[in-house]
Design a protein around this ligand. Sequence first.
Ligand code: 13P
Length: 253
Amino acid sequence: MERKLVVGNWKMNGDRVRNSALLDQLVGAMPAAVDCAVCVPFPYLPQVGESLVGSGVALGAQDVSEFPEGAYTGDVSVAMLADWGVRFVIVGHSERRAMHGESDLTVARKAAAALDGGLVPIACFGETLVERESGVTELVLLRQLDALAANLSPEALQGIVLAYEPVWAIGTGRAATAEQVQTVLALVRRWLADHVPAPERVRILYGGSVKPETAGGLFSLPDADGGLIGGASLDAQSFLEICQAAGSAAQGN
Ligand code: 13P
């Protein structure tokens, strides 16, 4: 992919005042050479969506229901997100898998619902530290990816964004090394070759403690198409620097 994609995942952070201060610094300052999005908490979709109009930064959400409508208290449908101009939606973040018991099948169904409704799912997958240290990383990642392929046609799967987020690297300040990341991304690219018509056109992001200092190296990896940024996306300067690093990495490719 020539253009990198950098997505901020605000997680459960922010309020109207802080959002507005952050967006004031981001809008107008984003590098044009990079595709950017911010995935914000549901209540702030209208506020953030309005601020982003004409900015080139896309609006995203952090989760979505697999069901179209009905008696699902607390859930939000694809159509509701689309109604607010949402373009991207994260599915299967490890925090939701761990804290809300989301299975590989649920994540795949959410991805399918998003694609069906015209949104781009950013499907997260990744191993825990225990899994890495017991040598089952590849097995775990392929299990998570295979669930997507089992529930999506090759044509639908072509429209997904994948995000490799090793659980042990999330929020820990301990990003995976470039070598660890490239090993996984190459595995995923090979997996894609067996499942979609144009494997090189599916974006694979890396997420987990990406900081301005590490972003350039990670985004320059042969199979890295960008990043999913947690903590650093809440600081305008850091997020801008990470987006700029993605722009430079794209030019270097
Ligand atoms: P951090 O960048 O805070 O490690 O979070 C990564 C993440 O979970 C993005 O979805």
